[in-house]
Design a protein around this ligand. Structure first.
Ligand code: WTA
Length: 633
């Protein structure tokens, strides 16, 4: 890690370019003077968030903005609300009733359009459907759907009743899904017959069948049937989505909930094999995602907002579903990959729908870059106004390319945040000068810093740990069933939240994130724990031990490399390597399959037997493993 970080640090230091905001971007900005607004916001963060919260509707007001009992936070204490009242009811009462809320484009080219009124009706029907199954506030529904509108409808329907949703990315395999269903004790699973991946259907229902064989809490499985004729269902446990909702009334009042009532669990990877159930709540999350979506993208009613994430991940939760709907935006969402059926796919959608805000990932940009500039050149991209990037550091080359092919004037918001943070925390605003490769400055109301292990603020350009010094409304409230794991975030470095990222802050206070300080890897922006992959490998009968590292990759940012010791008497050959990859795919899913597997006879360990992945990594990258930087964790 250390040399790798050093190298990145040096390469980033060479970048000098500063891009001033265009006069148009500045004039159109909600926040025109970041420095002044920021100073004011952190002079009294509670007053700042209090003001923001007042832009939304509440059933009853709060007595206190924040109750902070380190490290436990409660926001908008005593208030009642429901995030869906603000996503839907608030808009259907106005002219936005007939405004387009969601345009969905399927992988096969299908198009479905929902106005706010139509989305409202669908969500209410689905909420009534959930009620008819006897589900109530506090129950949990696992949503294992491909990227289709039912995913959004199901999330909102749960939230409307105070039912907690746990969306599981549809690329996860049966054992990974089962772990998440078991931990959350889901009563219902909502799935589909198939998802599509580059034209090929993948059978999701089969994955659910396998998973729930080991999940005793699941009473019902709802199936969205996309294919004709529909796959057979075995009643009474399995219910067809369409028949379930056909006769349900299109009105269902949102349940008034305590501001701290859980909205969702989202499982994410940490440094152990067990995924963490990050808990977010209605009130604070609503305020945080609402305000960041509005200010970071300068979102206006006339915008068409296109975010390429999947609601299986946090970006989809906060910046496809909740943040944009809270703002009454028109959201474009598209199933499928950026280069299928050809690399013009997203550029064509931007032209066709007149997209003005486009939020994507560094991996996708690098992939499109490989196909060349002729693809974006074929399309009219002149409607674009604000761009966004998320999930991993964006290298200046990819930044410059993205900026250039989209017309050379759109500011790129390099947004830094995490599943745990719920909302964007470090980001430019469209009115700020930009530095390609830097996520810029803390969002309003957020006190971020780069510190050493003791929590001491570091001088400009010194590498250290990214921390947040005060609570913020959309922060996770706990890790489900594991409060110690929650506390750990606030205990690593005294008096602050440690994100796990290595970073430096330059002389202008701009943050330059350089990757993780722990055993989490980011492959194509997807968060994967080395320990998860290791335990999947060890579950193969031929494997004695395994160690996994992330290795720099030109397109995906990082790639997974595994070192495996076979059990005595096992024959190492290419079939076995393939079998090990298949094993990881079976246990976790395609996204976690190592790109390379080396068979070895020993692994570097500490005296207490802990595998030193860092040493493996240094060796792999041809660096000196003896050089241990203070950044090493
Ligand atoms: C990384 C994704 C650099 C970071 C929203 C963080 C980034 C992890 C950026 C969280 C960015 C996210 N620049 N790194 N703009 N955005 N990251 O939970 O390492 O999937 O800790 O949330 O992604 O990943 P997660």
């Amino acid at each position: 890690m250390s040399d790798n970080v050093q190298e990145k640090l040096e390469s980033l230091l060479r970048v000098q370019r500063v891009i001033p905001p265009t006069a148009e971007a500045k004039a159109a900005s909600y926040i025109q003077d970041y420095d002044a607004a920021y100073r004011q916001s952190i002079a009294d963060p509670e007053a700042f968030w209090d003001q923001a919260a007042k832009e939304l509707e509440w059933f009853s007001p709060w007595q206190r903005v924040l109750e902070w009992d380190y490290p436990w936070a409660k926001w908008f204490v005593g208030a009642t609300c429901n995030i869906t009242s603000n996503c839907l009811d608030r808009h259907v009462k106005t002219w936005r009733r007939n405004k387009v809320a969601v345009i969905w484009v399927g992988e096969q080219g299908e198009e479905r359009v929902f106005t706010y009124a139509e989305l409202f009706r669908q969500v209410n029907r689905c909420a009534n459907g959930l009620k008819s199954l006897g589900l109530r506030q506090g129950d949990l529904v696992t949503i294992y759907l491909p990227k289709i509108p039912e995913q959004i409808v199901a999330m909102l329907a749960c939230a409307r009743l105070g039912i907690i949703h746990s969306v599981v990315y549809s690329g996860f395999s049966a054992p990974a899904l089962a772990t998440r269903i078991q931990d959350a004790e889901a009563r219902v699973v909502i799935t589909a017959d198939v998802g599509y991946d580059r034209g090929k259907p993948s059978n999701l229902k089969e994955v659910v069948d396998q998973a729930i064989a080991t999940c005793g809490t699941v009473e019902k499985v709802i199936v969205v049937r996309r294919e004709q004729p529909g796959i057979p269902l075995s009643s009474p446990k399995e219910i067809d989505w369409q028949t379930w909702l056909d006769d349900k009334p299109a009105t269902c009042e949102a349940v008034p909930l305590d501001a701290e009532a859980p909205l969702y669990f989202l499982y994410t990877s940490g440094t152990t094999g067990k995924p963490k159930g990050v808990v977010h709540v209605h009130g604070g999350y609503m305020v945080g995602t609402y305000l960041t979506t509005k200010y970071v993208f300068n979102l206006r009613d006339e915008d068409v907002y296109f975010c390429v994430a999947d609601p299986g991940w946090v970006t989809g939760h906060s910046y496809i579903v909740y943040g944009p709907l809270l703002n009454g935006a028109t959201i474009l969402t598209a199933e499928g990959k950026p280069d299928y059926p050809n690399p013009g796919r997203w550029w064509r959608l931007i032209e066709r729908y007149g997209v003005s805000i486009f939020y994507t990932t560094p991996t996708a940009i690098r992939l499109l870059m490989k196909y060349g500039e002729e693809w974006p050149k074929k399309y009219d991209l002149s409607t674009l106004r604000t761009l966004g990037s998320v999930g991993e550091p964006i290298n200046p080359e990819a930044w410059e390319w993205f900026h250039r092919v989209t017309g050379g004037t759109c500011p790129i918001m390099d947004t830094w945040w995490q599943t745990e943070t719920g909302m964007i925390l470090v980001t430019p605003l469209p009115s700020m000068p930009l530095k390609p490769g830097s996520a810029s400055r803390p969002f309003l109301g957020i006190e971020a810093d780069v510190v050493d292990r003791e929590g001491k603020s570091l001088p400009p350009n010194a590498g250290g740990f990214a921390v947040i010094k005060k609570p913020w409304p959309a922060m996770m409230r706990t890790i489900y069933k594991d409060p110690d794991r929650y506390r750990a975030y606030w205990n690593i470095i005294p008096n602050c939240y440690t994100a796990g990222d290595v970073c430096r802050k330059d002389e202008d206070g701009y943050f330059w994130f350089m990757g993780r300080a722990d055993d989490v890897i980011k492959v194509a922006g997807n968060r994967i724990g080395t320990a998860e992959v290791e335990s999947a490998l060890v579950s193969h009968q031929a494997v004695a031990e395994a160690a996994v590292i992330g290795k720099p990759h030109k397109t995906a940012g990082e790639a997974i490399k595994a070192f495996v010791i076979l059990k005595h008497g096992q024959q190492g050959n290419s079939e076995l390597i393939q079998a090990l990859k298949d094993q990881v795919k079976k246990e976790l899913g395609k996204i976690a399959v190592p790109q390379e597997i080396d068979l070895v006879t020993s692994l570097p360990k500490t005296r207490s037997g802990k595998i030193m992945r860092r040493v493996l990594k240094a060796k792999e990258l041809g660096q000196d493993p003896g050089d241990i930087s203070t950044l090493e964790e």
